[in-house]
Design a binder for this molecule. Structure first.
Ligand SMILES: *Cc1c(COP(=O)(O)O)cnc(C)c1O
Length: 229
């Protein structure tokens, strides 16, 4: 872990992170996977710098936010102060915020429509910054949820590459709350495999162990680390 110019751990250092780390390690062991094959994205949305810093001090370096404006208001100062942080956008992205998103984030998990691909491609070239890109699937085909329907996924992924010149690294999904998550994770993994995509962003506080069993490379965990929002 990078040496940091921060105060030592205090008694309020987060127990949630330690518990999540233990459970990720256990899930990796059960699935016969290396711990290093799973990236923990600590989802800090709604929490301010004061709540985030103890988690940084405890060694966590990858964080997720779901709103560009909120991330812009709190992360530049933290990134300046601490070495080696990576910031992931896990929420919906409006095309008119593509510029800010490409400038701030190291990964974008919510690529889900042609107009956004066009805006991202333009900014990636202009800024010469290359965040890792995930296409978001709507595996439950829920009308209120963002993401590409499974039946449209292959064509959309191909168009990201062929029409917009975007390099897509993986897929992301958020299963319907009322469903068992495993079939949604398995479907996402299957679509990724047949499209040659290596990364799988799936699993949240309630279901990350199942996601790790089914191949998740990125688990997005908020409340189990930071507490209730
Ligand atoms: C908030 C959020 C998470 C984290 O959810 P928890 O249940 O708090 O772990 C994960 N993914 C997305 C897309 C989110 O918006």
């Amino acid at each position: 872990m990078a040496v940091d110019n921060v105060p030592p751990l205090t008694s309020d250092s987060p127990s949630g992170l330690a518990a999540v780390e233990l459970e990720i390690s256990r899930a990796c062991r059960d699935a016969r996977r290396e711990r290093a094959s799973v990236t923990l994205v600590a989802v800090s949305k709604t929490f301010d710098g004061g709540a985030i810093e103890p988690v940084i001090h405890a060694g966590q370096r990858v964080f997720g936010e779901n709103r560009v404006q909120e991330a812009k208001s709190k992360w530049p100062a933290l990134i300046e102060k601490h070495q080696g942080l990576a910031l992931h956008l896990i929420g919906p992205l409006q095309s008119n915020k593509a510029k800010e998103a490409v400038a701030l984030f190291d990964a974008i998990h919510s690529v889900d429509r042609a107009s956004l691909c066009e805006a991202l491609a333009k900014e990636i070239v202009k800024q010469d910054r290359h965040p890792e890109l995930f296409v978001q699937l709507n595996t439950g085909e829920e009308p209120q949820k963002a993401g590409i329907a499974p039946a449209d996924a292959d064509a959309f992924i191909a168009s990201c590459r062929d029409v917009y010149g975007l390099q897509i690294s993986g897929l992301m999904c958020i299963p319907p709350v009322e469903d068992p998550p495993a079939p949604h994770f398995a479907l996402t993994a299957k679509i990724a495999a047949r499209n040659g995509l290596k990364l799988l962003s799936m699993g949240m506080s309630a279901d990350f162990e199942t996601a790790i069993q089914l191949g998740a490379t990125h688990v997005r965990i908020g409340s189990a680390i930071f507490g209730k929002r």
